[in-house]
Design a protein around this ligand. Structure first.
Ligand code: HEC
Length: 152
């Protein structure tokens, strides 16, 4: 009987060794790590697009300009929970009276439908997680769907 235990322990050791042998530094990156890297790159791209197409009016920090351009900071529209709201503003522009944080605006925001589905999704996802916002992410195909149904 003791003999069998010794054999059994031996086999156990061999199994343990062969498992730990796989954990070298040369292992490919975990999928989560790759996803994180992709997310960082995307948010950098989103930021660059924001600086290029939105910053002139809404400012680098999203504060807007009093009486002219509403802030994107903690924006009720961005955080409405309905992704369509934000997507449609970018596709169609926005005009007419609106109120953001108790201040009225009655200006016109031009349409940004000249940007690709991917570019608009990158901008939206950047704003959604910046300037004290916490809105759900959108995909390029969310943008595409609304672009196709958009009447303008
Ligand atoms: C030429 C100036 C201008 C540019 C460029 C511009 N906007 Fe606007 N934006 C406005 C104005 C003006 C309004 C308010 C329109 C109104 O009074 O009805 C507005 C409103 C908004 C709103 C809704 C109100 C709020 O504060 O939440 C969002 C969201 C928004 N813009 C996001 C963007 C994003 C993202 C970009 C870049 C793709 C952008 N805008 C580019 C001028 C601009």
């Amino acid at each position: 009987m003791k003999f069998f235990y010794t054999i059994f322990n031996y086999i156990l050791l061999v199994i343990l060794f062969s498992c730990s042998g796989n954990k070298g530094n040369s292992e490919p990156a975990e999928p989560e790590q790759l996803n994180q890297t992709a997310a960082v790159t995307e948010s950098k791209e989103g930021e660059n697009l924001y600086l290029k197409y939105c910053m002139a009016c809404h400012q680098t920090n999203g504060s807007g300009v009093p009486g002219m351009y509403p802030p994107l900071t903690n924006s009720p529209i961005v955080n409405s929970g309905k992704k369509e709201d934000f997507i449609e503003i970018l596709l169609n522009g926005l005009k007419g009276p609106i109120e953001v944080h108790g201040k009225k605006y009655n200006q016109q925001m031009p349409s940004h439908n000249f940007l690709s589905d991917n570019e608009l999704a990158l901008i939206i996802n950047y704003v959604a997680k910046s300037f004290e916002n916490n809105a759900p992410e959108v995909t390029p195909s969310d943008v595409k769907d609304l672009r196709n149904t958009s009447s303008k």
